[in-house]
Design a protein around this ligand. Structure first.
Ligand SMILES: Nc1nc2c(ncn2[C@@H]2O[C@H](COP(=O)(O)OP(=O)(O)OP(=O)(O)O)[C@@H](O)[C@H]2O)c(=O)[nH]1
Length: 421
């Protein structure tokens, strides 16, 4: 593979800018500019020269092939964080025949050299995109190979089951049909239970990764837009005393005590006065139905029965005008009750998040569903068919970790990576 380079830190001004080089001969490239670098994984403070020209004084280190992020020979140059220095270094590197890396190319090489499996690549992508604490934690587990380790455990279980099936065939009397040992079915049931746990917790994990949706619904003029603005501490949605002001859905993404949440401000629910309002209300209903939680807001603290789902939250608005005794109430003018409303939303969503599995992507779900499908009805199967089902289940695990069939998917995943990763 050819030599590539890219700035690993965000481009722009800063304390340091790290430029990374990967590929065979990376060390010689660096030594031509910085002088001898005898020991791997040692930091050398060096003058970086372009011929006789001093480019910068920088920290340089290299990693030998097999013991680096990409699995190839890698050099890191820690320059002063000025775009002009990075640009000059890029010119020198290109003159030496290097090319600027494509988005995600370092990680792609790490994958191709077996430094990471596909689930770890996905985890790394999520980690770089993480905005909230729960996203960070889930991504960290994935990028550190937790799913991969689980899958390896399942694989050992399948290997054991498969060996038991094979031995029952080898020792079978020609006249007596082979008897598959009960232990095989025990192992497969154990595997099935693990799959069911992951599949059952997928939806919650996906929400943790992409964010929960909370729809604020209620009659016109209930104070929905005012509440969302108060939470955002800025004017995200238009507020007026004209009923029917909000027509389209307005989204506010927020970090709610570590959970990623999108609040939806929706059109006030009533019999529409015109075509546009009617479309807005239809849209509001659909999004509200599909949301993870509905916050029913009205001055009287009443829920909209047509959209009510178990576990929804009812909140009385305009608490400064009509003091409420029971239930949650909020004033967007004074801020009274706001923390309690946010606590209420958080409690409901964090309960949902508590059921999250490790898998959080549709691709991972599909691999596990495929494994689940082939071992669904294995009890009573004859040995050869059973052996085949076990092989197929193991192949699904290979798909999960990208050991097979990863090519098409790699294109999709790396487009979301930045250059230098
Ligand atoms: N006193 C008081 N007035 C409020 C409060 N919240 C909203 N209002 C007022 O009520 C009116 C309607 O508020 P909005 O936030 O636009 O209500 P909405 O539910 O988004 O209305 P639609 O867009 O018509 O569905 C505005 O005049 C607000 O200033 C509150 O907590 N206290």
């Amino acid at each position: 593979m050819d030599l590539i380079y890219a700035e690993a830190t965000p481009s722009g001004r800063g304390g340091v800018s790290v430029v990374r080089i990967s590929g065979e001969g990376a060390k010689s490239v660096a030594e031509r500019m910085a002088g001898p670098l005898p020991k791997a994984r040692h930091a050398y403070l060096r003058e970086i020269l372009d011929g006789d020209d001093l480019l910068d004084r920088a920290l340089v280190m290299w990693f030998e092939a097999g013991r680096s992020f990409t699995g190839e020979e890698v050099v890191e140059i820690h320059l002063h964080g000025a775009p002009v220095i990075v640009r000059r270094l890029g010119q020198v590197l290109r003159a030496q025949g290097l090319r600027m890396a494509e988005a995600g190319e370092f990680t792609r090489r790490a994958f191709l050299h077996g430094k990471m499996d596909l689930s770890e690549v996905e985890g790394l992508g999520d980690l770089l995109a993480a905005e909230t604490e729960s996203q960070r934690l889930a991504a960290l587990r994935m990028s550190h190979g937790e799913l991969a380790r689980k899958a390896d455990g399942w694989r050992s279980l399948l290997i054991r089951a498969s060996a038991l099936v094979e031995s029952s065939v080898d020792f079978a009397d020609e006249d007596v049909p082979e008897k598959v040992p009960d232990e095989v079915f025990g192992l497969l049931d154990e595997f099935k239970a693990e799959l069911d746990f992951q599949i059952g917790g997928y939806a919650a994990a996906e929400r943790v990764r992409n964010g929960f949706e909370v729809a604020i619904i209620g009659p016109p003029n209930a104070g929905k837009s005012s509440l969302i603005n108060r939470i955002a501490r800025r004017e995200v949605a238009l507020v007026s005393d004209i009923a029917g002001t909000t027509r389209d859905i307005i989204e506010l993404r927020l970090d709610l005590r570590g959970l990623a949440v999108t609040l939806l401000d929706t059109a006030g629910l009533r019999d529409a006065r015109d075509e546009l309002e009617s479309r807005g209300i239809d849209r509001a209903r659909h999004r509200a139905e599909a949301a993870d939680l509905r916050l029913h807001l009205s001055p009287h603290g009443k829920a909209d029965s047509s959209l009510w789902q178990d576990g929804d939250l009812v909140v009385a608005s305009k608490a400064d005008l009509h003091p409420h005794v029971d239930g949650l109430s909020v004033s967007s003018v004074t801020g009274t009750g706001l923390d309690q409303v946010l606590d209420g939303i958080f409690d409901i969503l964090s309960q949902k998040a508590a059921g999250a599995a490790l898998i959080s992507r549709e691709r991972q779900l599909n691999a596990l569903l495929a494994a689940r499908a082939v071992i669904e009805d294995v009890h009573g199967l004859e040995a050869e068919l059973l052996a085949e089902a076990i092989r197929q289940a193991a192949a699904s695990l290979d798909h999960l970790l990208g050991r097979i069939g990863a090519e098409d998917y790699l294109e999709v995943i790396f487009t979301s990576f930045c250059i230098g990763k």
